[in-house]
Design a binder for this molecule. Structure first.
Ligand SMILES: *[C@@H]1O[C@H](CO)[C@@H](O)[C@H](O)[C@H]1NC(C)=O
Ligand SMILES: *[C@@H]1O[C@H](CO)[C@@H](O)[C@H](O)[C@H]1NC(C)=O
Ligand SMILES: *[C@@H]1O[C@H](CO)[C@@H](O)[C@H](O)[C@H]1NC(C)=O
Ligand SMILES: *[C@@H]1O[C@H](CO)[C@@H](O)[C@H](O)[C@H]1NC(C)=O
Ligand SMILES: *[C@@H]1O[C@H](CO)[C@@H](O)[C@H](O)[C@H]1NC(C)=O
Ligand SMILES: *[C@@H]1O[C@H](CO)[C@@H](O)[C@H](O)[C@H]1NC(C)=O
Ligand SMILES: *[C@@H]1O[C@H](CO)[C@@H](O)[C@H](O)[C@H]1NC(C)=O
Length: 400
């Protein structure tokens, strides 16, 4: 008898408990949906431990409430150690403006229901284990300003509908398995400041229309399979500071128009199939700190002058078919050049004594060219030189 009474008592307690949940958070309120979302997550660090009906929702970890405390407008559980799936119930948090679940261990796909959150301005899901395709409905998030979902296992194509996200300033899709081509209408995203597509399997050409992205400062599409000529329209992206197209299959010659990018600090075209000569116009890139054109099929002589490229710290032209000698007025006294890599070309002449005018040089690799003669004794002037690769000079007696 007693034990039955006890069981009924606990049953009653349990019923009371659920009914109190129901009154505190009816099913239409944010807290109701958040508890359902919580139930689909694994939370080993207890990041969601205060997500409880007995605590006011505005005090729940990771949540930001509206001023009237009626709705949540922000949810940030970045780096909270959570795993499990992104619940479709997120779609009920209609006031959400910021959703940041980055740097966790989330699996499963990005539910297309997420794309019903019309007020979303920031969506960050990067650095998880998300798989599947990017939902085409992503183009419905018309207020989105920041979309960073890279460093996941996402597959398939970049939905063309992203081009409809006219408020977007940051699009981060790097480090996934995306294929297909860069959306042809990418230039419709007029406010784009940063476009990160690096380390995917994208193919096809860089769309000419990219010139529409006039605010673009960072364009990284390295380590893909992009092909065709580099569109000279890139030269109209006057705000560009970083252009990284390394390790693709781009062909044709380097567009002279790149020399119009006066704010460029980093230009890497390494590991493509570019041919022809290096345009001497690139000497106008006065802000350029790193220039890497290695592993292409560039020919002709080196037209670059450190006298003009006054910010240059690293110049890498290795593994091409460059001929001639190093330009005689290559360096000037207050040069910032620290690394000069010219290995595996067809350069000739004596040791370029002009380099002795580059006192800042730390690393110098001139190996496997056709230089002649001996290293000049004046090389001691290069006080910062720590690393000299000089194979083929046959100067066994010389030690660094
Ligand atoms: C809330 O629950 C009631 C009954 O408990 C149900 O009729 C209603 O459809 C639910 N609302 C939503 C938005 O799920
Ligand atoms: C989320 O919180 C982290 C700190 O935990 C912060 O670095 C990040 O900027 C926040 N995300 C957003 C969108 O504000
Ligand atoms: C972009 O938006 C326009 C107008 O809202 C619509 O007609 C078009 O289908 C959308 N494009 C994509 C690719 O979603
Ligand atoms: C992209 O990858 C998917 C498999 O994830 C494949 O079905 C599709 O054909 C690929 N598309 C292209 C253009 O390579
Ligand atoms: C170039 O950089 C300077 C300084 O950061 C900035 O004032 C200027 O607006 C930039 N030019 C363009 C075209 O973005
Ligand atoms: C280019 O590819 C090589 C070899 O895969 C890799 O070591 C290098 O880091 C890549 N360079 C860039 C800039 O991504
Ligand atoms: C490299 O360029 C030369 C012309 O400068 C051309 O004859 C040769 O076929 C090219 N090699 C490759 C691998 O593209």
């Amino acid at each position: 008898m007693g034990s039955i009474w006890l069981r009924c008592f606990f049953l009653l307690l349990a019923m009371l408990n659920t009914s109190s949940v129901a009154t505190l958070s009816n099913n239409a309120s944010d807290s109701y949906w958040l508890l359902r979302i919580k139930s689909e997550l694994v939370d080993p660090l207890g990041a969601l431990s205060n997500w409880s009906p007995t605590i006011h929702i505005c005090n729940w970890n990771g949540l930001t409430c509206s001023v009237d405390k009626k709705h949540i407008i922000g949810l940030n559980l970045s780096g909270s150690g959570i795993s499990g799936c992104i619940s479709v119930e997120f779609s009920h948090l209609i006031s959400l403006q910021t959703l940041d679940l980055s740097s966790n261990s989330l699996t499963g796909s990005i539910p297309s229901e997420l794309c019903q959150l019309q007020n979303l301005r920031i969506l960050q899901l990067y650095s998880n284990y998300l798989s599947g395709n990017i939902p085409a409905e992503i183009g419905n998030l018309m207020n989105l300003q920041i979309l960073r979902i890279g460093d996941n296992m996402l597959r398939g194509e970049i939905p063309p509908s992203v081009a409809n996200l006219s408020q977007l300033t940051v699009l981060g899709l790097g480090y996934c398995h995306l294929n297909g081509s860069i959306p042809i209408d990418i230039g419709k995203i007029k406010n784009l400041v940063s476009l990160d597509l690096q380390v995917n399997s994208l193919s096809g050409p860089i769309p000419e229309d990219i010139e529409g992205c006039k605010e673009l400062q960072n364009f990284a599409a390295s380590n893909n399979m992009l092909e065709g000529d580099m569109p000279s329209t890139i030269g109209s992206l006057k705000s560009l500071k970083i252009l990284n197209l390394a390790n693709n299959s781009l062909s044709g010659s380097i567009p002279i128009a790149l020399s119009w990018l006066s704010n460029l600090t980093y230009l890497s075209l390494l590991g493509n199939k570019l041919n022809g000569e290096i345009p001497s116009e690139l000497n106008s890139l006065a802000q350029l700190q790193k220039l890497d054109l290695s592993k292409n099929n560039l020919s002709g002589s080196i037209p670059l002058l450190n006298i003009k490229l006054q910010s240059l710290e690293t110049l890498v032209l290795s593994d091409n078919s460059l001929t001639g000698s190093i330009p005689s007025n290559f360096c000037l006294r207050d040069s910032k050049l620290q690394q000069l890599f010219l290995a595996r070309n067809k350069l000739s002449g004596n040791f370029p004594s002009e380099l002795l005018g580059c006192p800042s040089i730390q690393q110098l690799d001139l190996s496997d060219n056709s230089f002649e003669g001996e290293l000049p004794s004046g090389i001691d002037q290069l006080q910062h030189l720590t690393d000299l690769v000089k194979s083929q000079w046959r100067l066994e007696g010389y030690t660094d």
